[in-house]
Ligand binder design. Sequence first.
Ligand SMILES: C[S@@+](CC[C@H](N)C(=O)[O-])C[C@H]1O[C@@H](n2cnc3c(N)ncnc32)[C@H](O)[C@@H]1O
Length: 410
Amino acid sequence: MTMPQPDPQALAHSAVLAGRIAEAIEAAGGWLPFDAWMARALYEPGLGYYAGGAHPFGAGGDFVTAPELSPAFAECIAAQVAEWFAHCDPVVVEFGAGTGTLAAGVLAALRRLGRPAHRYAIVELSGTLRAQQRETLARQVPEALGTVEWLDALPASIDGVVLGNEVLDAMPVRVFEHTGDGTLDELGVALDDAGVIRWAARPADPGLRAALAESLRAAARTDPDASSDAAGHEAAPWPLLGPGRYRSELGLQAAAWVATVGRALRRGAMLLVDYGFPAREYYHPQRDGGTLIAHRRHHAHGDVLRWPGLQDVTAHVDFSAIARSAAGEGLELLGYTSQARFLMNCGLLERLAETTRGGAVDPGSIRTLSAVQTLLSEAEMGELFKAIAFGRGLPPMPLGFVRGDRSGSL
Ligand SMILES: C[S@@+](CC[C@H](N)C(=O)[O-])C[C@H]1O[C@@H](n2cnc3c(N)ncnc32)[C@H](O)[C@@H]1O
């Protein structure tokens, strides 16, 4: 199956965005770090992928997320949220709510569980998505619409439960490249002689070098003393990347975001679901091409600079860095496990048995089974996607992490 070409109108839209980015490159002296490119490609007002009226979600879009696959995903999240509501205000703050399907499912399931949310705040950057979310909620949970509000920015103080499904992977990343001879570069973008935006390298700055060293030490779990020389100088841990050319990413914005939200969380929990691994797997010498990927019309490919604004661009999440960032704000790590394990701990299989009780094999139950298979299968979302939870003032061992917790791997 080949990837369909964008139509002329879409290409014209992308060209306008590329022109804006080209101006920014020139204004910055000829080079922009990749995270600046990614921020514009995804979020430039009116033009970026998530801000330009594209329809990324679902079968007719570019990718399908877990809440869109099956209502069972939201029901499992709600089971976890309901448990936390016994210990904090019954308030949810969801970041990047997509079409609003997760919000609608969680609101409805919390009501069924007898623990309705008193307030459901959505922090959404895109005006188009806000409109879509309102429409989904009005259609699916009209009785709960009055509890929903949209925020432009993070609330200063949160008592309740923070949710983010596939939000961290959409945050701009820095890209580095290590060459076997010990050179560490940062990759960004520049204009070629024809004015086309191309990859371009610069020597890595001290901030990037320090952040990478911290991540690699987490990956190697080196005793800090072991990586200092006799004079106490830190040895650069680049050899951990292996002897050849190595390119990967640093999710510094995602880590900073977790710190900011963590600081605002006075009492309650933060539950994040996304694809990624602990540092040791993220920076494994064999993963030498990194994790950056573009999605368009259900095709995944590595040409991320192509068609800015018309395709999603993401990187996997380094969950060790996310956990460090939350710990830095005094949050407790409540659990880290695979999506499959989290959903099963929250009762997914019992829910499935109820849906298919009676053994009737109708098209609806076949669709349900196939969606659950995608959520759980190791070959699809079950293992690559992880759930991680942090808390302040909550009891340990929440429902979703009672079996199969992998916090020790971070
Ligand atoms: C891949 S989509 C996931 C949407 C939805 N959660 C779902 O599961 O279908 C990523 C979303 O995260 C949003 N996002 C990224 N950074 C954000 C931030 N700092 N605050 C709020 N939303 C953000 C994007 O605008 C986008 O809507």
